[in-house]
Design a protein around this ligand. Structure first.
Ligand code: ZN
Ligand code: ZN
Length: 446
């Protein structure tokens, strides 16, 4: 009995070791030095959303070199001044499923403060003509590098899978209009429509070597809203002849706090944030109007619609109460371009991939995490109504020392989008490439 148990145990250990694929580890390790140097080059040369031309060219060049059929400049924006820098790389390998793997490529208007030897010193003019520092503060350079690594490995392992692999370099994730721009440019009529879509994102609080996932709704929908509260300007000393939009704006900002707290079910997560408020030019002038920029986050579409209707109602009600004439009524406008639906991880696909990732990386290295109110436009590749199953997971990017130090001191780690955020290149890329290769092979293996 005991001998039998021991035999069984050693068999189990052997099968776990095999599943953790030392062969794949060796392949990834072999590629790492060149991937890390590509990453550092990308990190030092970040490009803003809608302007990813050099990053896209590098990705296209690499994937073409591995034997992919590459199409460049995919993406059509409503703004004709922006060029689509999307990359589509296809490798056909007989009959079988079509799997899409996506990496986003854009950086942020953030002045890097990490002091790293490969830090970005890039400055550019943003679309408003203002000089800004540019930084890969969300780690999309990790994603591009990981796609290069995964693309190379899967091309070299063609005998182990079948089907069609579609690698996507997506522009403009930070402005959440890049995935839509690629689809609007006929992506799914130019390539076989995928059966599955996969993506990863680095994590600013997860330890290197680990993967995290959320089944079902994983990230919220995001809608940018412009509000213009119009009044009647006057001399600052003559409020009686004005309709003061600054006071209306103050009332509006406080009144909309009740949408989530009083109008919305506590079981439906929602956020209403005013991120920008601008009005007036000088101490003694009551301005004509005040402009506000808001972001709305929800999981459910009906909650989003309710919030938009409430913003409109409250703005109009405040203007009415303030005696603003009807022809100066507030304007509340939800953006048609800065909007993305909630990101949904298809539960059966998630379950299948989590089992594969646990076998590939070790069960302890794959952890479940709660959903976030952040947003991500990768879900767009799943089409409306989640027609194509999608799965996105996080890759740990922070060394244990920094995590332990943050826990000891209580000082939070720099978040994504912080000028101080930095992923540890080698282990983050190693885990990202391995995990994405495992995830794609799970769906396409022979
Ligand atoms: Zn970001
Ligand atoms: Zn990001």
């Amino acid at each position: 009995m005991r001998a039998c148990f021991l035999a069984l145990a050693s068999l189990l250990i052997a099968s776990v070791a095999a599943a953790q694929s030392p062969a794949l580890d060796a392949r990834v390790d072999q590629e790492l030095p060149s991937l890390v140097s590509t990453y550092k080059a990308l990190h030092a040369a970040p490009e803003l959303s809608h302007h990813e031309d050099k990053t896209a060219a590098l990705l296209a060049h690499e994937l073409h070199g591995f034997g992919y059929e590459v199409t460049e400049h995919v993406g059509k924006y409503p703004n004709p001044e922006w060029q689509g820098h999307g990359i589509v790389a296809v490798m056909k390998n007989g009959a079988g499923p079509t799997v899409l793997v996506r990496a986003d490529m854009d950086a942020l208007p953030v002045e890097e403060q990490t002091g790293l030897p490969y830090a970005s010193h890039v400055h550019t003019k943003n679309d408003a003509g203002v000089d800004v520092g540019v930084m890969h503060a969300c780690g999309h350079d990790i994603h591009v590098t990981t796609l290069i690594g995964t693309g190379k490995l899967l091309a070299a392992m063609k005998d182990q899978w079948h089907g069609t692999l579609v690698l996507i370099g997506q522009p403009s994730e930070e402005t959440i209009d890049g995935a839509r721009a690629m689809l609007a440019d006929g992506l799914y009529s130019r390539i076989p429509k995928p059966d599955y879509a996969l993506a990863l994102h680095d994590s600013a609080d997860l330890e290197v070597g680990k993967i995290a996932y959320t089944p079902g709704y994983a990230a919220a929908s995001s809608t940018s809203v412009d509000v213009i509260l119009r009044g009647r300007g006057a001399h600052g000393s003559r409020p009686e002849v004005s309709k003061d939009p600054i006071v209306l704006a103050a009332e509006f900002v406080m009144a909309i706090q009740t949408i989530v707290s009083r109008e919305n079910s506590p079981f439906d997560p929602a956020v209403v944030t005013v991120g920008s408020i601008h009005g007036g030019t000088k101490y003694n002038i009551i301005p004509d109007d005040v402009h506000l920029q808001l972001t709305i986050r929800t999981y459910k579409e009906e909650v989003r619609q309710h919030i938009l209707a409430s913003l409109d109602r409250i703005a109009k009600g405040i203007a009415l109460a303030g005696g603003v004439p009807e022809d100066r009524a507030p304007i509340v406008k939800a953006s048609e371009t800065e909007v993305t639906p909630a990101m949904y991880n298809d539960p059966p696909l998630t379950e299948r991939e989590v089992s594969a990732l646990k076998r590939g990386l070790g069960a302890d290295n794959v952890v479940e995490k709660p959903a976030i109110m952040g947003s991500e436009d990768f879900g767009q590749f799943g089409l409306e109504g989640h027609k194509i199953p999608t799965f996105m997971f996080n890759v740990g990017a922070i060394d244990l020392d920094r995590i332990a130090n943050s826990q000891k001191t209580g000082v939070p780690l720099p978040s994504l989008h912080s000028s101080l955020f930095w992923p540890v290149p080698e282990p983050t890329i190693r885990t990202g490439v391995k995990a994405m290769t495992v995830a794609a092979l799970e769906l396409m293996k022979k």
